[in-house]
Design a binder for this molecule. Structure first.
Ligand SMILES: NC(=O)CC[C@H](N)C(=O)O
Length: 229
């Protein structure tokens, strides 16, 4: 059975939610792994979930990104193992240099927790294999440091060739440049996003007027692993 590692750092708080979502909406087996116990071998994909690793000291994700487990995750990326970073996990991947850009303090200067409307651009790779270009997704955000920034050269030369998840007009509540909510490596094997797909995977957790947009990410990784890409 395909196995997904959900890595827990001190201060991670969405690990059980991610494992629950994957174990509920897919036939994959997600397991929460303490960061010090993580070894590369048995995993078909890796998720770094959200939370407040190391209490968001210095900058969100900065300390977790400098632990030795990130060297193992970089090796996993080199081996072609899909890696997903959700919220604090996205912050960690960016701090570790595994995705471009940076995540900084929301322009309104406070934590924001709300459902938002998003869309996908250039879906590619295992996390978005079932998504279509322009597909609209609804998911909640919950962060204080979710304002994505990137220099225009990186945006034009790298990000405009890569899969992106953007806030729809009027839904960018943190001031992210180019309305960016999530970025991926060019092949889509490494994906990071601020919204929480695990909180948007089941109808009963989805408020009226929204739909469970996180499902497509977990159904995509299931499809890609089963197809044996
Ligand atoms: N939900 C989360 O992962 C929180 C992200 C991060 N600690 C922030 O507030 O920016």
């Amino acid at each position: 059975m395909a196995r997904i590692a959900v890595i827990k750092f001190p201060g991670t708080n969405c690990d059980e939610d991610v494992a629950h979502a994957i174990n509920t909406v897919t036939s994959l087996k997600a397991e929460v792994i303490w960061y010090k116990d993580f070894t590369l071998d048995p995993w078909d994909a890796i998720v770094i979930p959200g939370g407040f690793s190391y209490g968001d000291w210095l900058r969100a994700g900065a300390i977790a990104a400098r632990t030795s487990v990130l060297e193992r995750i970089a090796e996993a990326v080199d081996r072609g193992i899909p890696v997903l970073g959700i919220c604090n996990g996205f912050q960690i991947l960016v701090e570790a240099g595994l995705l471009p850009g940076a995540l900084t303090v929301n322009d309104i200067g406070r934590f924001v927790c709300k459902w938002v409307k998003l869309y996908v651009e250039r879906p590619r790779g295992p996390w978005l294999s079932l998504a279509e270009d322009g597909m609209e997704l609804d998911m909640p955000i919950a962060h204080a440091e979710g304002r994505y920034i990137v220099d225009s050269e990186t945006y034009n030369s790298i990000l405009m060739k890569s899969p992106l998840i953007r806030y729809k007009d009027g839904w960018n509540s943190n001031g992210s440049l180019y309305n960016i909510a999530g970025v991926a490596s060019e092949d889509g094997y490494v994906l990071g996003l601020m919204p929480h797909p695990e909180r948007a995977s089941e109808e009963e957790l989805t408020p009226p007027r929204f739909s469970p947009g996180g499902r497509v990410i977990f159904k995509s990784i299931e499809y890609s692993i089963k197809r044996g890409w």
